[in-house]
Design a binder for this molecule. Sequence first.
Ligand SMILES: [Mg+2]
Length: 186
Amino acid sequence: MNKLLFLDRDGTLVYEPHDYILDDFSKLEFYKNVIYFLRKIVEETDFKLVMVTNQDGLGTPKFPEEKFQKVQDLILKILANEGIHFYNIHIDRSYPEDNLPTRKPGTGMLTEYIEGNYDLSKSYVIGDRLTDMELAKRLGAKGIWLDQEPALGANEIQVSPLDLDTTIMLQTQSWEAIYKHLTWPI
Ligand SMILES: [Mg+2]
């Protein structure tokens, strides 16, 4: 059965800009060491990579589609040139107040993995927000939290942070630590 790594984008693969809108190359910066260690993860494990990202207001005048896509394309090209390819990419463009089931921590974009030939109990969600960790819990997957102070996403989770303790396998700010966790022989 297929194992998946559900990867958040902003704050996980690239740093989140101060205004939360990555719409210009000048705002693009990859997370420290992510390319090197993600490449090693791809080379040494059989996880399939699935990007899952909330992009609030994408397609509105404040965050035009073309500006998003230019930066997104460059991110994907840089990663692909290092042998890092995505099996699938899911983008939700709603706002928190829309309460859509597709917005993380909702699993609405990911039903194909719940129903398909995937071993979610051996899969991970890697992200910088507690909403990513709640997504992991809802999927029956494990969570790796690239945590920050104060915790991001605390206002959007629908469980107590304590309820995520058993989901979060690793809390770190280091992609080397993530690599070691995922490749540790069991
Ligand atoms: Mg994030």
